[in-house]
Design a protein around this ligand. Structure first.
Ligand code: NAP
Length: 251
């Protein structure tokens, strides 16, 4: 287990009530960060994540905000910056899927996935950068996906959004590197969460057979990498896209 020191850092994790976001929030909390646990609808779960961090001796607060909505996102950031001053770490984790074959994909399903996974991430990044560039420090970690590289049947909207996240990550990293701010992306493979439940039920054995490490990923597998990238241990890493998939994408 990588141990990093995030003592004194303020970290916002979007969509942190459940799944990978919850594991990231817990890991950052265990590493000493003051964690802002954002949720859209999973209020009880977000408070449970916050409580678990507090119970372990850390610092955390749960804050509602819809990353797919411009006004809500701006209100979220206004509150966070008023309460905590500068933001040191932003983890863009909030994401949705609306799977379906492209030939019959509804515009609404395309748009929702782009709105949350790409446009929402652009807005949170833009808002965070204003604070980070002023402070001349900060680390942003974006949750992309190996589907950004591979595509994926029935996931044209999701693959396009996540490929966009990679482009945004690199462009943003270039723009702010000389201001002491780093921007990186992680590309998880198949991680056991609510998002992958349906696929696991329908085709779990087929997917598992393709994973060289012969197990599904766990949210903690992703959280360790995210905590490392967020920390000073990764001080010379920016604009990168790191895969965490048990070997799935090289098989
Ligand atoms: P999940 O279990 O479905 O959880 C999704 C999270 O995103 C929830 O906490 C949800 O919050 C939040 N969210 C969705 N829409 C939001 C919005 N408009 N505003 C704020 N939060 C919102 O998904 P996951 O598997 O943990 O995935 C987390 C991230 O990793 C996503 O970006 C996903 O694309 C990426 N990823 C996952 C996998 C995988 O295999 N699981 C693989 C590659 C990449 P509420 O419940 O509060 O609505």
């Amino acid at each position: 287990m990588i141990r990093v020191d995030l003592g004194g850092k303020v970290a916002l994790v979007t969509g942190a009530g459940r799944g990978i976001g919850a594991a990231i929030a817990r890991r950052l909390g265990a590493s000493g960060a003051h964690v802002i646990v954002n949720y859209r609808s999973s209020e009880a779960e977000a408070h449970a994540v916050t409580k678990s961090i507090l119970d372990a001796g850390g610092h955390a607060v749960a804050v509602q905000g819809d990353i797919g909505d411009a006004e809500s996102t701006e209100a979220l950031f206004a509150g966070v910056l008023k309460q905590h001053g500068d933001l040191d770490i932003l983890i863009n984790n909030a994401g949705v899927v609306k799977d379906g074959l492209l030939v019959t994909m509804r515009d609404a399903d395309w748009q929702r996935v782009i709105d949350v996974n790409l446009t929402g991430l652009m807005r949170t990044t833009r808002l965070a950068l204003r604070s980070m560039m002023r402070a001349r420090k900060g680390s942003i970690v974006n949750l992309a996906s190996i589907q950004a590289l591979r595509g994926g049947r029935g996931q044209a909207n999701y693959a396009a959004a996540k490929a966009g996240v990679l482009g945004l990550t690199r462009a943003a990293a270039l723009e702010v590197a000389d201001r002491g701010v780093r921007v990186n992306a992680v590309l998880p493979g198949f991680i056991e969460t609510d998002m992958t439940q349906v696929i696991q039920r329908r085709a779990g054995d087929t997917v598992l057979a393709q994973i060289p490490q012969a197990r599904f990923g766990q949210p903690e597998d992703v959280a360790c990498l995210v905590a490392f990238l967020a920390s000073e241990a990764a001080a010379y890493i920016t604009g990168q896209a790191l895969v965490v998939d048990g070997g799935l994408s090289i098989a």
